[in-house]
Design a protein around this ligand. Structure first.
Ligand SMILES: O=C(NCC(=O)N1CCC[C@H]1C(=O)O)OCc1ccccc1
Length: 707
């Protein structure tokens, strides 16, 4: 690719920002307008170049063909029980969206209950969250278009199979929680009158909580709570298991929440102006509702317990001095989630050196009742209710697309059953040809970082191509999970997969998260760079065979690392990345990320952000050895989680910096249409994107064989 072909992005020096006495140009500010002709022309030119590079020759055709075969295996979800029926998702393999089936008994012939594939030819309309009424008569469900976070809510009558006439619009970042009388549900919306289709960049502010009576029009919905003086607050209201309380966790960032509640017994119907009671009124810790027994509320919290514990807060005596710890914090295992099942049991899932441990404890005494024995891997989904003794959970790992287990606390002598095994249909592929190992390597400051390494067993040509994937933020843990793209990389290029558990994640609780956020953010980049050095120094791979990949906050990771260590990687793939760290808080939900990044309006955070912001640390490669690795930046036109402007501005800056330089490796941008941040993406678009990435890698890193 000839770097002289890169489109020239106009530099507008009229944009000067003053941050704490520092004046900074923002010459590509014009790329922040998604509707401007020149922005669309910029995108078209970039796509022309990136598609030409990726699609020329037969590599892409062959790779997509094989990837499609590998992807084509039947996928199932855990069954969940609502009213008289079980529901579960099935995907025959290549369907754009999973189909929701219904059956009375697990042995009955299931029938299609809801098929999102009928909603659009190209699969750009997806089913997002759904919520059944207590008696299973109704299912409220969210419809998302083009991958946007915006939802429209519809209500399906389970008996008739038809939808009620009303449609609830402008729903976003909302729970859907029914009152136990099955008359309606709580949901949250933004009264945003401008366009809300996911292509807009406008900030999401002033979320309000409403109650919808089934059969009403949306304009008759009851305004239950709003906080006009706190525009960034989001209300994650849930009705308690007993139906009496509306528990209202309130968040403004991506961690720590207030705890308010409404006693629904106070009045015989839902109306405005119900009394909101404050239990916790400071953003300091996480409190996640598990269940309650009368006024005794069970919360998973990290208050004075960075590995999390479960406390009981008595609403009639809420002072902290009266809190009771029913499940104490573990020394090193992190309590990832808890769920009340079988009336009096707390199903608890721990992370033990990044692997899942599943057990059940008694809700009264806190004592262990049952421990489930699992391999290396992750409990990726669970289904069960307080009123049922039966549970299902889906266990997955790097080499296991999923095993659904069933257990019934009412039949203690009948041990864990395999309910369904999700199997690849690829002849010639066997997961037993591969091995997973967990190593611990030293980061720059000596901290021990765990990393999973997956590779083919036995003799292979060494060093191998290596796909190094990272995230590192928002208390999110990178636990073992199955990826068709990852398998494809190993099988096609005799490659290795490496997943370091970078600080900023939740793998070792809050201390791990804190060690990788705010003024500690550079630790994440150090951890990632150190993992690359470990893989090279231990002869797993070489620089020209090594590719780093990350999405969203992981896209920031990749962007920062190619600026800081362009010499360390052969290729880099940054998907839907956060690249402008001085302006991220100005678009859509970006203001919520200050909990990890800091607020640029504060001097110390501005100075910290400026040090690593990808857009602001692009350099000019004087010598060939300083050139950027082959880089592919990907985003999509309806990504309203991380607006595409981040990627557009970053690529403009990179291509400008290298145009008259020693750079030879390609730096490309691919912007997908009618797509978003990732949630709800149809199979066809997932395969298209993976095929683009794998083909880009085939053309840019040193691969010795292509199977
Ligand atoms: O912004 C986030 N989460 C953080 C996020 O999506 N981030 C944080 C940085 C970029 C991007 C990412 O890494 O995916 O979630 C918004 C939300 C979703 C649902 C309910 C309430 C609020």
């Amino acid at each position: 690719i000839n770097k002289m072909e890169y489109p020239i992005a106009r530099k507008d020096f009229s944009y000067v920002d003053k941050f704490h006495g520092v004046e900074l140009f923002d010459v590509y500010r014009w790329l922040e307008d998604p509707n401007a002709d020149e922005t669309q022309i910029f995108i078209e030119k970039q796509n022309k170049i990136s598609r030409k590079f990726i699609e020329e020759g037969s590599d892409r055709y062959r790779i997509e063909k094989k990837l499609t075969k590998l992807w084509n295996y039947p996928k199932y979800s855990c069954p969940t029980k609502h009213g008289d029926y079980y529901y579960f998702y099935v995907n025959t393999g290549l369907q754009n969206h999973n189909v929701l089936f219904q059956q009375k008994h697990l042995v009955d012939e299931p029938k299609v209950f809801l098929d999102p594939n009928t909603w659009s030819e190209d699969g750009t309309i997806a089913l997002s969250q759904k919520s059944f009424s207590e008696d299973g008569t109704y299912m409220a469900y969210g419809i998302s278009e083009n991958g946007s976070d915006w939802l429209k809510i519809k209500i399906r009558n389970v008996i008739s199979g038809g939808d009620l006439k009303e449609t609830l619009e402008k729903v976003k970042f909302s729970e859907i929680s029914w009152t136990l009388d099955n008359k309606g549900f709580f949901y949250a919306k933004y009264d945003q009158d401008e366009s809300a289709d996911g292509a807009e960049v406008k900030q999401n502010e002033n979320q309000k909580l409403y109650y919808h009576y089934v059969g009403n029009q949306q304009n008759e919905d009851i305004l239950v709570a709003e906080f006009p003086e706190e525009p960034s607050w989001r209300i994650q209201a849930v009705v308690s298991d007993c139906g009496r309380y509306l528990v209202m966790p309130i968040v403004k960032g991506c961690r720590d929440n207030l705890l308010y509640y409404i006693d629904l017994n106070e009045s015989d119907k839902i109306q405005s102006g119900l009394n909101v009671i404050k239990v916790i009124d400071k953003f300091e810790y996480d409190y996640e509702y598990i269940t309650n027994i009368g006024p005794k509320m069970y919360f998973r919290t990290n208050k004075n317990s960075p590995n999390y514990r479960i406390v009981i807060i008595d609403l009639e005596n809420p002072g902290e001095e009266n809190w009771e710890t029913i499940i104490p914090e573990q020394e090193s295992d992190v309590l990832d989630w808890g769920k009340c099942v079988d009336s009096d049991k707390l199903l608890l899932c721990y992370m033990q050196d990044v692997k899942s441990v599943l057990q059940a404890n008694c809700i009264k005494t806190g004592k262990l009742v049952k421990k489930f024995s699992l391999d290396i891997g992750t409990v990726v989904a669970v289904s069960g209710k307080k009123k049922y003794s039966e549970i299902f959970f889906n266990f997955s790992s790097f080499l296991n697309p999923g095993t659904i287990y069933q257990y019934d606390f009412g039949l203690p002598n009948k041990d864990l059953q395999i309910f369904r095994e999700i199997k690849l249909q690829l002849d010639g592929f066997s997961q037993y040809d591969y091995e997973i190992k967990q190593i611990f390597y030293n980061s720059k400051d000596g901290t021990k970082i765990p990393m999973f390494i997956i590779r083919k067993k036995g003799e292979v040509i060494s060093p191998q191509p290596c796909l190094l994937y990272g995230y590192g933020g928002f208390n999110i843990s990178l636990q073992p999970s199955f990826s068709a793209t990852g398998l494809m990389f190993m099988d096609t290029f005799d490659g290795i997969l490496a997943y370091p558990n970078l600080r900023g994640g939740g793998e070792y609780g809050e201390k791990w998260h804190n060690a990788g956020r705010l003024l500690n953010k550079q630790n994440v980049f150090d951890d990632f760079q150190a993992s690359a050095e470990y893989l090279i120094n231990n002869k797993y791979t070489t620089r020209d065979r090594l590719v780093i990949q990350g999405g969203s906050n992981g896209g920031l990771l990749v962007g920062a690392c190619i600026n800081q260590r362009p010499d360390l990687f052969g290729a880099a793939v940054a998907q839907v990345g956060v690249m402008d760290m001085l302006r991220f808080h100005k678009f859509t939900i970006g203001h919520a990320w200050c909990s990890d990044y800091g607020d640029p309006i504060e001097k110390e955070h501005f100075e910290n952000l400026l040090k690593y912001s990808p857009l602001h640390n692009v350099h000019f490669p004087n010598k060939k050895c300083e050139q950027y690795p082959s880089t592919l930046i990907l985003t999509a036109d309806h990504d309203d989680r991380v607006s595409p402007l981040h990627s557009l501005k970053f690529v403009a800056a990179l291509q400008d910096a290298v145009r008259n330089s020693a750079q030879e490796n390609p730096i490309l941008l691919r912007v997908y249409s009618k797509a978003g941040h990732g949630a709800g993406k149809p199979t066809s678009k997932r395969i298209e994107e993976s095929a683009d990435i794998l083909t880009f890698l085939r053309k840019t890193i040193n691969v010795d064989v292509v199977n």
